[in-house]
Design a protein around this ligand. Structure first.
Ligand code: ZN
Length: 430
């Protein structure tokens, strides 16, 4: 019986040509291999799933391959096969998180002097190298200062700032960036095709978006989706499988905002809550939704989002309102995590969003204020100074209707008070 091999493992690049993204780094490494001018120590840094260990393994493979084709490993010689299987004698992979002490590094220092058993180089690949203790780093530094010519050190890390400067200065450093969405899409679509899975365009775009620049994350999500056995894999099925809210829910919210339908906050809140979906995930998706609306409103087409539906929804908001909502969402992310009742917090958030619809847009309001102000500024006829009024006269005066200019001033004041209250948070006054 064959066991299921996870995609990230099954489709791990075996040649430099198969690496997704990181073109400049791949080219530099290839040049170094071809010219036989590789450094003693390499440091690959970058966020998860961007290809750090993949590049380190490829480099190790190419260096020790006995039948290299140009700069590419042959993947057929005993060294290539052993590295791929993870049991090469000359290539030692060390997990820095669980082997972080001085004793672990001492072992390296003691064995590094011996020449490689089969290959050309003795290669130490330390993953999560930032986890090493201070003493371990000091011990490692000794070897890095004067490594034997047959030794190579490859380090991988997600947290470069935790690595001592003395180590950094002895390594050739490569910063791996996040992989662009379209490259992740291409890679995932190739994999799906190979596995005989029909992946709908929207589903593919969603996977790429959720990967956040990490191919491995994208591959894991695809694994998860495949496990459900749906073929073809549509966007809606994928949302369901991954426990994400359906996009229809967001469009419903857009409509509620436009219509100022306060009760929708409770109806939608209940739907989300009852579906058992993770509230943080929902918030993340909602933020992406508003980001897409803001961009659509600016005439930018957002990948993976239905153009017609997003155009319709974007027209329900004005730009200031969208910016305000995004601010509210970013703020809510901090609060929601610690809320005792996530349900109430969610309802309040939806309510806050729905209430952002102003009876007047900001430009309309300003226009009205300017018009009123100019009416006020028109010189009023000179008033005759009246003699001091008695208390009785004062009481009588209160009942008389206010003079026209006073009434305008009163209205401006009311309007300003109203504006200050309603626009709280929308406007940032100096
Ligand atoms: Zn080979």
């Amino acid at each position: 019986m064959s066991t299921y091999q996870v995609i990230a493992r099954k489709y791990r690049p075996q040649t430099f040509a198969e690496v997704v993204g990181q073109e400049a780094i791949v080219q530099t490494l290839k040049n170094a291999i071809e010219r036989e001018k590789t450094a003693h120590a390499y440091l690959f840094c970058g966020t998860r799933g961007t290809g750090k260990t993949t590049l380190a393994r490829l480099l190790a493979k190419a260096l020790n391959c006995s039948a290299r084709k140009g700069c590419e490993p042959c993947n057929e010689c005993s060294s290539c096969k052993a590295i791929a299987a993870g049991n090469a004698i000359d290539v030692l992979e060390i997990d820095g998180a669980s082997h972080r002490g001085i004793e672990d590094i001492r072992q390296i220092n003691e064995t590094v002097v011996f020449t490689p058993a089969a290959g050309k180089f003795k290669i130490y690949l330390i993953d999560e190298v930032h986890m090493l203790t201070k003493e371990a780093f000091n011990a490692l530094l000794k070897t890095l200062e004067e490594p034997p010519p047959h030794a190579k050190f490859f380090f991988a890390t997600t947290e470069i700032h935790k690595i001592p400067a003395t180590i950094l200065s002895r390594c050739q450093r490569y910063n791996l960036g996040r992989i662009p969405e379209e490259k992740i899409e291409m890679a995932l679509s190739r994999i799906a095709e190979d596995l005989g899975i029909s992946l709908e365009k929207g589903a593919l775009a969603l996977l790429a978006e959720l990967s956040e620049g990490s191919l491995r994350d994208g591959e894991s999500l695809l694994d998860q989706a495949i496990a459900y056995g749906h073929n073809p894999l549509t966007e809606n099925i994928l949302l369901e499988i991954l426990g994400l809210p359906s996009r229809d829910l967001f469009f419903e919210l857009d409509q509620a905002v436009e219509e100022g339908e306060i009760l929708a906050a409770f109806r939608l809140g209940e739907k989300i809550y009852n579906s058992g979906k993770n509230v943080s995930h929902f918030l993340e998706e909602l933020t992406l939704h508003y980001r897409a609306l803001l961009l659509t409103g600016q005439g930018v087409e957002v990948k993976g989002r239905d153009k017609v539906q997003y155009k319709r929804s974007a027209a329900r908001y004005d730009q200031g309102q969208l910016l305000h909502i995004l601010e509210v969402l970013i703020e809510a992310e901090k609060v929601l995590r610690f809320a005792t009742s996530q349900r109430t917090a969610l309802e309040m958030l939806l309510l806050q969003i729905i209430r952002t619809k102003q009876p007047y847009s900001l430009p309309q309001l300003v226009e009205k204020l300017v018009a009123l102000e100019s009416r006020l500024e028109t010189p009023a006829p000179p008033k005759e100074k009246s003699p001091p009024a008695s208390r009785k006269e004062e009481r009588v005066a209160k009942k008389t209707p206010p003079k026209p200019e006073e009434s305008v001033k009163g209205r401006v004041d009311t309007l300003l008070r109203f504006a200050a209250k309603e626009l709280k948070g929308t406007l940032k006054l100096e």
